[in-house]
Every structure is written in C-alpha cells, then in structure tokens.
Design a protein around this ligand. Sequence first.
Ligand code: UD2
Length: 314
Amino acid sequence: MRRVVVTGGAGFIGSALVRALLARGDRVVVIDNLMTGREDNLAEVADRIEWERDDIRDYEALVKAFRGAEVVFHLAAIPSVPRSIEEPALTHDVNVNGTFNVFRACLATGVRRVVYAASSSAYGDTEVLPKVETMLPRPLSPYAAQKLMGEYYARVFYLCYGLEAVSLRYFNVYGPRQDPTSPYSGVISIFLRALLERRSPTIYGDGEQSRDFTYVEDVVALTLKAADAPNVGGKVYNAGNGQRYTLNYVWGLLQRLEGVELPAQYAPARPGDVRHSQADITAAVRDLGHSPQFTLEEGLRRTLEWQRAQLRRG
Ligand code: UD2
C-alpha cells in the first residue's frame, strides 16, 4: 500500500482527491489547518485517513508527516484573488513560504514526487487564447504572483535537487463541496446558492469575462495521472477543460436549468481580475493522458444537486 500525503486535504479539491486516492487503495495522510478547509468535507472517510492538523508554515511538522510518503499532493493554499489583495502578507506567507517548506520537507524525507496545485491566474491578461504553457506569465494579483512563485520553486527543486515536482495550473475548478458562503468563494458556488435561494447574484464587471470552468472530478483525475507520468519533473501543465464561458452565459444557463428568471445585478469589476481564461490542454493530453469528461452543463447539474441537498439538510 503506498503512503501519500495531501496538503489541504480538507479543502474542496483536496477532499475530492483524498476520496479518489482511498478508492484506489492508497494510505492517505491529510494535512490541513482548517483555515479554509472543513472537517465536514472528509466526514465520510474520516476513519480511513490519517489526519494531521498542521500548518504548512510549520516546516518541522511537515517533515514528521512526510516520512515514508512516496508522493505529496500539495494543494494547501489561501486561494482567492480579492483576498490576496486585502491580505498580501498572510497569503504570501502561506502560499509562498508554505510551499517552499513543502518542497524542502519533500527533499528532506525522500519523497519521490510532488504534484503542486498551481493556478491559471499566472497567465494574467495575455492576449492570445487559449493560453499555452510556453507563454510568458503576467500575474495581475498577489495571489497569481504567489502561485507562480510556487511553480518556479517546483522547477528549481527539480533542477537543483532532483525532486520530481510537477505543477498543474488549475483552471477555475468547481463542483460539490465548494463552499458557497464565503465572499472569496468560486463564482459558480456563489451563483448556485443564489439560484436555489431565488436571489439575483452580483456580477462584477459586465459579465462578459470568461473562464475555463473545470469540474472537480476532471481535475482530480488529472492530478492522479500527474503523480505517475514519466519525465514531468520541473514541468508545468494546464489543468483545464479547454472551453470558456462568460459569466452572463453561465447565469443564463443556470436560470434555464431551474426555470426561473432572476436578472443579475452588476457591480464594478474587481481589481486584479483576469478578463478571459481558457486552457490549451494539448500538453496535458499528450504527456499526462488528460481527458476531461464533464461538460459544463453536466458539472453544473451535479453541483446544483449537491447544493440543493445541503440546503435541505439545513
Ligand atoms: C482565479 C483563477 C483560478 C483559481 C482561483 C482560486 C483565473 C483566471 N482563475 O479564479 O484558476 O486559481 O483564482 O481562487 O485567474 N465574480 C462575480 N461575482 C461573484 C464572484 C465572482 O462576478 O460573486 C466574478 C469575478 O470577478 C471573476 C469571475 O467571477 O471575474 C471568477 O471569479 P472567481 O473568484 O470564481 O475566480 P477567479 O477567476 O478569480
């Protein structure tokens, strides 16, 4: 049985990854300080995991937890562009220093591979779509710069120390367990909650900005593949669906799915916001065997049903 570690394993994406790892028979250690993760996300599997309530800013704790692990999936972070603008020092400490600690601890304990959850925000407003890994990154927010720094460290740890660190640039991941109650949450979770409560959502800007919304199970499947693919040390891959949809389109589709009419309210665009985002997934398909399965409509239906069930439970 192989021992793997998931930092941020109580988070929305991390907990989905933990369930997938357990399903294939791995022994899973979860590291999460519950700053943005939730214990509830792991309730179903709590008795099958090893749980360390550690903070990735604590290097010694990481070294202890990583001993004997073959792979580390590093998903712990404080996400959110607006939060990083409001709290640059805290988010830097976690996203940059914490990530540095994770790589350092991998090296100290002989971990074979680390898969790092990078972000599509690294691209910023590059003019060409879809966005290809060879483009020069142009971060627009502290969050984007912080996640990009993690990629650079992943590369450097591979080049200088031989740690097989691979970065996956996650593109606007959505799905069940994404927390709809925080102002920093992903837009789809916020839209779905508004829809079910029959409220109009707020769209920042004109709503014509677009995103490559990627269903969580597709990202999890790719993350698993990245742990085993050969010759990917130091490399960066887009982890997206390959499509893009505007916020106006998504809100329109959701209203149709529920058969309601709730015109959105518009507010000024957020600082640091990227205009358009869409992944070129050629490299991930070629090197990692990426094969997204979920259309936006299917992913939205599943997430909507999960949120509906959550609301019923109260
Ligand atoms: C960025 C990254 C994404 C991931 C995420 C983590 C890009 C393109 N994507 O997502 O890959 O790393 O950060 O946080 O950089 N919005 C509304 N109303 C709301 C909430 C959001 O209109 O109530 C807008 C927001 O201004 C933006 C879009 O929805 O234009 C998506 O926002 P988000 O916070 O869901 O994700 P984003 O794109 O910042």
